[in-house]
Design a protein around this ligand. Structure first.
Ligand SMILES: *[C@@H]1O[C@H](CO)[C@@H](O)[C@H](O)[C@H]1NC(C)=O
Ligand SMILES: *[C@@H]1O[C@H](CO)[C@@H](O)[C@H](O)[C@H]1NC(C)=O
Ligand SMILES: *[C@@H]1O[C@H](CO)[C@@H](O)[C@H](O)[C@H]1NC(C)=O
Ligand SMILES: *[C@@H]1O[C@H](CO)[C@@H](O)[C@H](O)[C@H]1NC(C)=O
Ligand SMILES: *[C@@H]1O[C@H](CO)[C@@H](O)[C@H](O)[C@H]1NC(C)=O
Length: 281
């Protein structure tokens, strides 16, 4: 009878351990959660009126998805103190098909013994331009102080899309007395890799660009090539840093296992003691 109770208790422990582990896995916050309606049929897509004038360039100044934060001092140089905000940068090809969509917050950071500083890219000051080709997309974010260019490359043979060239040019005095001209150009890289038709996602990434310069990419979700017909992201391929961490679930499991062993041992000991007691009577 008592044995049955103990076994029921152990069973409950195991069950709750399992469900707890499941919950942990599920509740793991992730920036990569797809919008709910992503795979449903394009419902509210307003058909774009096709203009007859063929546009050779694919420049589209985009309204951004930033939360406008009223700064107390509307200074003419807001970049130094302003908040980091996420921009929504897109390009259309000459058939009005979106070839790249990148939602991210960007900062250029300088860290040298002589000077430190951060330049925050203000999405509402950015003009998006570039070119869409079958296997190459050139996305340039141009602003008053310079530009940042991402060159995406599609490799059908390897079923991957990645950024193989990243460059920027910046005219911004990080420190007093500095000449304020900075540029970087990194070629033959494999950044932001995804499968074709998937999107890249990463919460926080710091890319070293040489000469003490870093490109900080945060809250990033981007995709070049094979966006859905309704201009939505494909399945997210998270960066390694964002992959779910199973050590928490394993830790819970081990803890419960130890607990169960303790319960069993205590039960067995108490039973032996009681049996001893009966014998002594
Ligand atoms: C980003 O811009 C594209 C093109 O205008 C639009 O389809 C998409 O919904 C925007 N995304 C967000 C999150 O606002
Ligand atoms: C920049 O920061 C680094 C690390 O925090 C520090 O060693 C260096 O002295 C700083 N340089 C300046 C000019 O503040
Ligand atoms: C991409 O843009 C950069 C910077 O504007 C330019 O130097 C480069 O030639 C462009 N590449 C292509 C393939 O258009
Ligand atoms: C990104 O990572 C760096 C270094 O690990 C950290 O200092 C920074 O606060 C992080 N930013 C965000 C938005 O998580
Ligand atoms: C991506 O798009 C190209 C051209 O539109 C198409 O041929 C290819 O099948 C697509 N690939 C995937 C994986 O959807």
């Amino acid at each position: 009878m008592k044995t049955a109770v103990v076994f029921a208790f152990i069973g409950l422990c195991v069950l709750s351990a399992l469900s707890l582990a499941e919950d942990l896995k599920k509740s793991k916050p992730s920036a990569t959660v797809s919008p709910a309606g992503e795979f449903s049929a394009p419902t509210t897509t307003t058909p774009k009126p096709t203009t007859t004038t063929p546009k050779p360039t694919t420049t589209i100044p985009k309204p951004t998805t930033t939360t406008p934060k009223p700064t107390t001092t509307p200074s003419p140089t807001p970049t130094a103190a302003a908040n980091v905000s996420v921009g929504n940068y897109t390009l259309l090809d000459d058939k009005k098909v979106m070839c790249v969509m990148a939602q991210m917050a960007l900062q250029i950071r300088l860290a040298t013994p002589k000077a430190n500083g951060t330049f925050i890219v203000q999405p509402n000051m950015v003009k998006t331009k570039g070119t869409c080709q079958d296997t190459k997309v050139n996305l340039t974010l141009a602003f008053k102080e310079g530009f940042i260019t991402f060159t995406f490359n599609k490799s059908v043979a390897n079923n991957t899309v990645y950024v193989d060239t990243l460059s920027f040019s910046l005219s911004y005095p990080f420190s007093k007395g500095g000449n304020g001209e900075y540029s970087a150009n990194n070629k033959s890289m494999q950044l932001f890799p995804t499968k074709i038709g998937h999107s890249y996602s990463c919460k926080n990434q710091s890319l070293y660009m040489g000469n003490g310069l870093y490109l900080e990419v945060t809250q990033d979700r981007m995709q070049a090539f094979n966006l859905t017909k309704s201009n939505e992201f494909g399945l997210p391929d998270p960066c390694p840093a964002d992959l779910p961490n199973y050590s928490v679930a394993i830790g819970v499991g081990v803890t419960l296992l130890v607990l169960i062993v303790v319960v069993v041992v205590v039960y067995l000991l108490s039973r032996r003691k009681r049996a001893d007691g009966y014998q002594s009577l």
